[in-house]
Structure formats: C-alpha cells, structure tokens
Design a protein around this ligand. Structure first.
Ligand code: ATP
Ligand code: MG
Length: 562
C-alpha cells in the first residue's frame, strides 16, 4: 500500500502493521481512530504528527477518524480554541465528516458509569484533603496507604456522590476515587481520582455540572462509547494503560479499544507544550498564537508552510516507539522541497541600491519576459518592466570587490536576470557619510534577454526591479525563536531565557516586482536567490503586501544559471 503522497515509500510503522494484522485476522473490519485534543490552546506541529497518524491510518485503511474534544477541564477551555483546532485539522487536509464529538456530550453517561462503579464496590467517595491524599499515595519506592473512607458502604457512597453532583459540598472536600490497589507499583493504579468538584462554567454544558470527570476516566470511556478500535497516544500514557483497561474491564463495556503508544515529536529550537506556547503569547514575546515564529499550525500556515509540506514532514519522521529529537532543519527541508516545485519565481529586493543605466533612453520602459519556474514551462512566463533606473540588492555591489566576488563592482560586468549585461562605470556617494547612493552603469543593447551574441561570459547574474514600477513593501525575516537546541532541558533556567532576541527582522523598505501588487494573502513565491516568501494574511493591505520569509534557499548564494 502506498503510504506517501510525496512518492517516498517507507516500510509500514509498527502501528500500521498492527492495524493491518487486526484487519487480516478479522479482529476488526474497519479501523476507527480518533484525534482527541484538549481545547486549551492552538495546535502545534506535535499535534500535526498525531493528526497525520490518526487520520492517515483511517484514510489508508478505509476506516474513519473522529475529532473529539477532550473538554473535561472547564476552567481552561474556550470555544475559540475549538474553532481554531477545527480549522487547523481541515487545513491540514483531513476530514472528520460527521464524526465530531465532545467528551462533555458524555457527561450523563459518565455519571451513570460512576454510579455503576460504586454499586460494584469499585469506587468510593473520599474526604481526605489534597495534602493527606498525597501523603497516603506513597512513592515509587513505598506503597501507599488505604484511605480511611475506602470502605464506606455502597449506599453511603451513592448518597455522597449524588450530593457532590447536587452541589452540597465545597470544592476539594470530596472526590470520587476508583478502588483499585494502594500497593500497586504503578502510581496511576493507587485509587486514582475519577471525579472532582469544580464550580466552573463549562463552554458547552454551562452550569449544569459542578462535578467533572478526570481525563483518565473520561478518555477510555469516550473511546469505548465511540467504538474506537485503536486508541493511539503518546508514550507518557503507557503507564496509564492499566487504568484505561481497568475501567473498561470493570465496567464490562461492550467495546474495549486497544491503546497503543508512540513517541511524541520533539523538535529542536522550540518548545512544544501548549502551556509554554501560551506563556509566550500572554507575555508578549510573540504577536499571537499565529506568530510566524511559532511552531503552531496557524503560525506555520502564516509563515508560508503548506499542508503538504507538514504532511510530508510527518511521513518523513515516521512513527516510532522511542523518544527522539528531530532537527528543525528536517522541517525546513520539507517546505523547501514543496515550494521548490510549486512556488512561482519573482524578483524582489530586500535592501535596495539604485542603479542608473546612463545609456538607456530616459522615457523608455520595456516589458521583458521572465519565466515563472525555471524547470516547469507549464507555469508560464510573465512580463516585468525594465527602465533606466532600477534597484539591485545592496549586497550585490562592492566598490572595490575581491577577485572571487562575482557580482557588480566598478569596471565589472554582470548579467541582469532576464534583461541585459551591464557594466559599472562609477558611483555617487553621500559626501558626509560615504554611503553609496547610486551606481552608474552602461548596458549593452545587444545582450537583450541576457544573452551575449558574441558569446562573451559574465560570472554573475543578479536580480533587480525597475525603480518606477517597483512595489514598495515590508519584508519580515525570521530566525529560530530560541537560540539553543532544547530550551526546556535545564529545569533551573526558565525556557524564556533562551529566546533569540533576533528572531524577527523587519525590513520596511523593500522593493518587489509590480506583479506582486495583487498577490493573494497566503500565496508563496520564490524571490530568486533570496528564498521563499509568503504574503502575510494578517498585515497585508490591498496593493501593499507584507511578506514573511518562509525559509531561505538551500545555498543562499547559489549561482543562478540562465
Ligand atoms: P500539550 O502538552 O502541548 O498541551 P497535550 O498532549 O496536552 O499537549 P492534547 O490536546 O491533549 O495536548 O493532545 C491531543 C493529542 O495530540 C494527544 O493524543 C497527544 O498525545 C497528541 N500530541 C500532543 N503533543 C504531541 C507531540 N509532541 N507529538 C505527537 N503527538 C502529540
Ligand atoms: Mg493534555
């Protein structure tokens, strides 16, 4: 089976092998997976890995994948996050169809299940304080102690739990706990809390409830209620699997999904937890969840990443069982590879230097043909204006260049991409500062289109825009948000200490070719020799685009061949 849209085949990962086996042996006829985000922040690239896995498996094996919001913690959740998560999943190219669920839809059923646990003498209402409970819990080395409330009668427990539901008790005074084993080596099995009192407004159920079920209890039952076949989650839930199974076994649910753990995505030069991303937003270190430096799905989108590039990245890194770190360069390569094929080429100047072509007629404007993609003629040709005054990149000129500098210098000849050969004759400087204001050149009319009929060669080809027609714009360059590979590694140092102060450089005086005036927000281009740039979807105005540099070119000063 093909498991890649990039044409790059890989052996099936252990999860897909497992799904294949279950279909082969007839254990399941249709795989059903789910992506279960908690709506307490925006999705990040780690979630994208989970989305590609869950929706990918469903797609490849003709199953289905549910989008389920794990909204059991009312104090942290907001409907705005639900909206953004839906948008991001769709944008990544996946479709849950009719299978949109909320754990909060199951609150009634979860309550009934809790009553059943009580009746089975598998749950009890506990009145230990949080501190006492911690003390009773024991440690990894020492077993815990049983709560003095553990042996309450069923009737007593039913009455108290109902009282909890009816709001008769203070927050923190009572909890419902599963009755499992206080001496289990697995701390998750030491009579875990399954319900707590919380007087908080819920984004969907309002003030109906003042008790809320815990994640571990809710998750397995939600999976079972939706008849999930394979419940795929990250490795930190491995120790929770016995509890997942205990709840379903004890309640004898007709459906018992298989939890399978895989290694989460860790990416260098970033932090991945929503809580930390939230702090960056709240403290103003970035402009929002969709800041192009953020490794959120919305940040990547704004930066110019395409859905295909993110899917290809997830395919490339694969699914494993061992924690590992992926270099940010792998993600950058994924977008480069995608845009290299798809992005139209244009000319844009980041740091304009005026060139006057002294022997070019003053009022003349020529329309020159420029290829939209050097390897793909189907992408066509556009016209770009050429005139007596143009801008070139400041870094493409040196007054007194060393030998190896193949661009423009006094007395040197270069090719203007798609235009003519020009030779620098002189420069105009600001007398006070010594700054170069203008470069004066002559052009050779015989080299129209950038070819010399006499076969003479120039070493450099540089890009340019016509001064009068060029579109002034702002370009934003981004560097990594953190200046160390793992900003989270040292628990003594706050991760924000590692923020890169130069992660954003705004260039307000750039000049790009006029064809970009009508570029749609979100569209990506290759600025020849400079990298890939995307029209910012938030700050661009009609006729006045702002460009985000998505990523640089592989070798930033690659020789542009004609
Ligand atoms: P965070 O700590 O960033 O808030 P989370 O795991 O608490 O992450 P959830 O909304 O609960 O966030 O996650 C939804 C799903 O995404 C879960 O199944 C989780 O395992 C998965 N997931 C979260 N982070 C990663 C990651 N870095 N790599 C792969 N999957 C991830
Ligand atoms: Mg979580």
């Amino acid at each position: 089976m093909s498991n890649s849209e990039s044409g790059h085949e890989k052996p099936l990962d252990f999860i897909r092998q497992r799904v294949s086996e279950d279909l082969l042996t007839g254990k399941h006829s249709t795989p059903v997976t789910r992506f279960p985000p908690e709506p307490n922040g925006f999705l990040h690239i780690g979630h994208a890995k989970s989305i590609c896995l869950n929706f990918g498996v469903a797609r490849e094996y003709n199953g289905r994948c549910h989008l389920r919001f794990d909204d059991t913690n009312p104090s942290k959740e907001e409907s705005a996050y639900v909206q953004s998560i839906k948008e991001d999943v769709k944008w990544l190219g996946f479709d849950w169809g009719k299978n949109l669920f909320f754990a909060s839809d199951y609150f009634d059923k979860l309550y009934e299940f809790a009553l059943e646990l009580i009746r089975k003498e598998k749950a009890f209402v506990c009145c230990l304080t949080a501190d006492e409970m911690r003390e009773y819990r024991g440690t990894l080395k020492e077993p815990g102690k049983e709560s003095p409330y553990r042996n309450r009668t069923v009737e007593e427990n039913l009455k108290l739990f109902q009282g909890m539901k009816e709001g008769k008790f203070e927050e923190g005074s009572h909890v419902l706990r599963a009755k499992i084993d206080m001496s289990s080596p697995n701390l998750n099995m030491r009579d875990p809390i399954i319900y707590r009192i919380m007087r908080a407004h819920h984004h969907r159920t309002g003030d109906t409830w003042c008790i809320y079920p815990m994640y571990d209890y809710t998750h397995c039952l939600s999976d079972a209620l939706e008849a999930i076949t394979h419940s795929l989650c990250t490795l930190e839930f491995e120790d929770h699997r016995p509890l997942y199974d205990w709840v379903l076994d004890t309640l004898e649910t007709p459906c018992h999904p298989q939890q399978i753990e895989f290694a989460r995505l860790n990416l260098t030069y970033t932090v991945m937890s929503k809580r930390k991303l939230m702090r960056l937003v709240a403290d103003g270190h970035v402009t929002g969840w969709d800041d192009p430096r953020m490794l959120t799905v919305s940040g990547l989108r704004r930066r110019g990443y395409t859905p295909a590039s993110i899917r290809n990245f997830c395919h490339e890194i694969g699914i494993g069982k061992k924690e590992s770190w992926i270099d940010m360069g792998v993600l950058e390569n994924a977008i480069r590879n995608d845009l290299n094929e798809k992005a139209p080429r244009v000319l844009g100047i980041l740091d304009p230097l005026k060139v006057v072509i002294t022997n070019y007629p003053e009022d003349q404007v020529e329309e020159l043909a420029a290829k939209n993609h050097p390897q793909n003629p189907d992408m066509g040709v556009r016209k770009i204006p050429f005139s007596r005054e143009i801008y070139i990149e400041h870094t493409d000129f040196m007054e007194d260049p060393p030998k190896k500098f193949f661009r423009l210098g006094i007395g040197r000849e270069v090719r203007l991409r798609y235009a003519y050969f020009i030779t620098c004759e002189s420069i105009v400087k600001d007398e006070a500062t010594g700054e170069i204001l203008e470069v004066h050149c002559t052009y050779d009319p015989a080299t129209y289109g950038g070819n010399a009929p006499d076969g003479r060669k120039v070493k450099g080809t540089i890009h340019w825009v016509s001064a009068a027609e060029a579109l002034p714009c702002e370009i934003r360059l981004y560097d990594r948000l953190f200046n160390v590979e793992n900003p989270d590694s040292d628990k003594e140092v706050d991760f924000k200490e590692h923020l890169n102060p130069d992660s954003l450089t705004s260039l307000p005086n750039c000049m790009v070719e006029p064809s970009l005036a009508d570029a749609e927000p979100g569209t990506c281009f290759q600025f020849e020799r400079q990298g890939y740039f995307c029209v910012d979807a938030k700050d661009s105005m009609p006729g006045a685009p702002v460009f985000n540099r998505t990523v640089g070119l592989r070798d930033s000063w690659a020789k542009v061949k004609k």
